[in-house]
Ligand binder design. Sequence first.
Ligand code: DGY
Length: 320
Amino acid sequence: MQGSEGSHFPPLLKFGAFTPEDEARLKETFTLVDEAAIERDPRLAQQVKGLVTRSNYRVTKALIDQLPALKIIATNGVGFDGIPVDYAAQKGIVVTHTPDVLNKAVAELAIGLLFSLLRRLPAADRFVREGQWLHLTPALAYDLAGKKVGIVGLGRIGKEIANRLEAFEVDIAYFGRKPQAVAWSYFSSVEALAASVDILIVTCPGGADTFHLIDESVLGRLGPEGFIVNIARGSVIDEAALCRALSERAIRGAALDVFEHEPLADSPLLGLDNVVLTPHIGSATHETRRRMTELVIRNLVSFFTTGRAVTPVPSSFQMN
Ligand code: DGY
């Protein structure tokens, strides 16, 4: 079946917003259709064999049911908690993701957020822009050197973060399902890790297994001098408990790139002065997004030409 002029592949449903650069790359190989196009011409739903999406969007079972010819869902991200993977498997639909190519970008954001939080960089920037410097002294902030840092989920991205932290004279510990062959201290419980560190960095995948892994009790153990950074998934932290802990100064501060509901709106987080907020930009660099979109395209082309994807999601997934 033909997509449209020039494409040898069936039309691809673009589910969610992509940057103009990513969309242009996809269009070099595929004819993209969106939900509005399917609404205008319902026959398209019968022709769509591939769906491309991103980590910020939820692909529902109902959407899958609307696409009877669907054979592959390719997400432009490493996380696939927004896709009903088991349901897709039951229907013989392959799901692919983009592991590894974004590790460095996400690790760099984690380190950037950590320094933004400890050194209060967004507030310092505002201090200068708003002319406060003319009559006030900037507030003191906190060192990273000498702190204990706990990594929650020492997977590919967690290791990249820990390796970079080595340069900053910190003690590193981690929580995961089982100890790994690394020099950092292992904790088999996230509560015990939180109680023994100054900073938690959340890097584990989202999904049912890690839902609200960081709850009121973990935040309580982190304590009033503790900081938390989340570049993983909003679902891993109980956000209501986090807001309470931040406003009651039960922890000192948080830097968050991900939220329970994205885009973030009407959240108490917006009114707190001890948080740094970014809009889920872990992989959002020119270089990394190019590599990710190229991998998405390689997956789709390989699947449509050979029946095999390059980076299918693992069939049974567990946190490292
Ligand atoms: C992913 O790829 O799943 C990350 O959320 C990117 O930021």
